[in-house]
Write a protein that binds this ligand. Structure first.
Ligand SMILES: Nc1ncnc2c1ncn2[C@@H]1O[C@H](COP(=O)(O)OP(=O)(O)OP(=O)(O)O)[C@@H](O)[C@H]1O
Ligand SMILES: [Mg+2]
Length: 374
């Protein structure tokens, strides 16, 4: 009988969930080069040569079944959270079935870039509050930046939650995205802040932005004010991610007019789909009248907890309704995310080895794969 976390080749077991620790993964990689190419006898001989107890390979084989290079397996498990993603992670990994019930494609690790820009602009949008827009903006941005992409995050919510989540106190700011929108001749460099994450900058906001919603009404081409403001920045970044406020007002229409793609985070709970029809209608109207390039990139299921039947049912409904638009990556519910807000940094740096960080890294790879597929 194995003690918790003490399985033979460093596979940590957490309830029925089995995940590799990073050290174990390395260990396994060296063992399995031989394992994959030879019959059992030879493998055992090779393993013996390497000082590995040959009887233990069978244990490993049973659980891992050849998926040794899965980058998603390279994390230290946060037991509670791992359990929220899959009650039987080992089986899911073996069969490559994702939490959305569809076969999970492989999202390759993106290669380095030699040139940067022009930026793809993504609006993180849902008029429903508290669905994970800000959390997804910060962590998708940070994961893209980790993969060597130059990222600009735009806080387009007067609550300034994105700025707070990156350790900026919005009340202390003299210049924000409001000034960039409303004052002619204002350059973005005066407003831009560097974040602690290399490759990632921020256009912060605070309560001043709420005045813009009113003041913009009398502007000429009021819907494309943000688009004009971002234009000079496009050449410097690979991705610009706009964190929208929870409404479909003029600020959100500005974000949709500036964007190439929309990501819609949906919390996996009963009322998730309520209001989505209104949102898709708004997206279609902006597409027809203001921004023909705009597309829905994907629906992102957030705060998923597979231990509850409810969460699983909601996710199944979402997949039924939106089919291929739903990202294969699903973000589980964990207290780690509220903690990162307090810490003022993304989960990719706050808890780099956590399952939450791995989820947003996988989302970044999926978003990149969708962009490259075009
Ligand atoms: N996967 C998650 N698991 C648990 N808590 C989460 C998760 N994602 C976000 N949260 C928490 O839920 C709350 C709302 O998240 P967030 O601020 O990202 O949503 P939002 O859509 O931007 O909200 P608003 O509409 O108010 O701007 C925050 O406290 C956040 O820390
Ligand atoms: Mg928000």
């Amino acid at each position: 009988m194995l003690a918790q976390g003490q399985s033979p080749v460093g596979l940590q077991t957490v309830g029925s969930v089995a995940v590799h620790t990073f050290a174990a993964h390395q260990n396994i990689q060296s063992m399995t080069t031989a394992h994959q190419s030879m019959d059992g006898q030879h493998v055992n001989a090779m393993a013996g040569d390497r000082g590995v107890d040959p009887t233990r390979l069978a244990d490993y084989e049973e659980v891992a079944d050849g998926h040794f290079y899965d980058p998603d397996a390279e994390y230290e498990p946060d037991p509670e959270y791992a359990a929220t993603l899959a009650p039987d992670a080992a089986r899911q990994r073996r069969e490559r079935i994702g939490p959305t019930g569809r076969p999970l494609p492989y999202f390759p690790i993106p290669g380095p870039l030699t040139d940067h820009g022009p930026a793809k602009i993504i609006a993180m949008c849902n008029q429903k509050g508290g669905v994970g827009k800000t959390t997804s903006t910060i962590n998708l941005g940070a994961a893209l930046a980790e993969y060597g992409r130059r990222v600009l995050l735009v806080d387009f919510d007067p609550q300034g939650a994105l700025s707070v989540g990156l350790g900026v106190n919005p009340m202390e700011l003299d210049l924000t995205v409001y000034n960039l929108l409303m004052e002619r001749g204002m350059s973005a460099d005066e407003v831009l802040l560097k974040t602690a994450v290399p490759n990632m900058d921020l256009l912060p906001s605070n309560i001043d932005l709420s005045a813009a919603e009113v003041q913009l009404v009398s502007e000429v081409a009021r819907e494309s004010t943000l688009q004009r403001a971002l234009k000079p920045l496009m050449a410097d970044y690979d991705y610009i991610v706009i964190d929208c406020q929870p409404s479909l007002g003029l600020l959100t229409v500005n974000a949709l007019t500036a964007a190439h793609k929309v990501i819609v985070p949906l919390e996996c709970e009963f009322f998730a789909l309520r209001g989505v029809a209104l949102l898709t209608e708004t997206i279609e109207k902006v597409q027809e009248r203001l921004n023909p390039e705009l597309e829905l990139d994907g629906i992102l299921a957030t705060m998923y907890d597979s231990r509850t039947v409810h969460s699983r049912e909601v996710l199944a409904r979402v997949v039924e309704a939106f089919d291929d638009h739903v990202y294969h990556t699903v973000i589980g519910r964990t207290v780690r995310f509220p903690e990162t807000t307090v810490a003022g940094e993304p989960i990719t740096t706050y808890a780099s080895n956590s399952v939450g960080a791995a989820a947003y890294r996988q989302l970044a790879r999926e978003v990149l794969a969708r962009c490259h597929a075009e």
